[in-house]
Design a protein around this ligand. Sequence first.
Ligand SMILES: C[S@@+](CC[C@H](N)C(=O)[O-])C[C@H]1O[C@@H](n2cnc3c(N)ncnc32)[C@H](O)[C@@H]1O
Length: 239
Amino acid sequence: MNKATYVHKIFSSIARQYDFLNSLLSLRFDRSWRRSTARASGAAPESKVLDVCTGTGELALAYANEMGPNASVIGADFCFEMLAVGKQKVERQKRPDVFIPIEADTLALPFAENTFDVVSVGFGIRNVADLEGGIREMARVAVRGGCIAILEFTQPNDRLFRGFYYFYFTKVLPFIGNLVSKNRDDAYGYLPKSVMDFPDCEELASVMCSCGLEDVRYYRKTLGIVAIHVGRKKLEVAE
Ligand SMILES: C[S@@+](CC[C@H](N)C(=O)[O-])C[C@H]1O[C@@H](n2cnc3c(N)ncnc32)[C@H](O)[C@@H]1O
């Protein structure tokens, strides 16, 4: 099974438990990470924001909360089941207009060039089969000077904390995650493996630069468990 098919399969099957397990397994830190990402992107109330690999829309909703009462954020994902959970969530909260779900592959977004002020992704780009292709596509649909924001797990650099964290991340988390979600495809074992295979903060920053972004910075959060990278689409295209 190729990566995209496997990723699609696991998220289709864990969609209903995804939000609950996210909060539980991150000890609710996920909320502040998403809020910080929205803030780091500089999204303003009138900004046009696209959140790719949006899943159940948690990062899209963090943007909407930061942007104010009239905000509406488009969330794109190739997994219908994840989007459906997000849609039901905003309907239950009686604010259906705040999240506009679109079924789409991050590698082929159905939007014109230079459309969005901010294009973001949370815990998603690691899952896209072609990392550079995903970032290039995000940059394509951003306006010139627009922000690309990436929230992703990374590897803590404190040696002492690393030992404790790896035990939790590679043993405890997959056990609880697979048990609660009743997943038979090791969805929560895939999570630590995919993080270990993902570029570190410096490498990701240089991939972003090679994809046409400038002014790339990153911020580590919560002892380096996650990092927020932000960059701007170049104003001028080199001939
Ligand atoms: C870990 S979830 C992240 C969801 C959400 N962004 C969050 O912050 O919780 C990863 C999501 O990426 C989506 N995904 C992975 N590869 C994708 C692709 N090529 N195109 C669109 N969505 C993709 C999956 O369907 C899944 O919903």
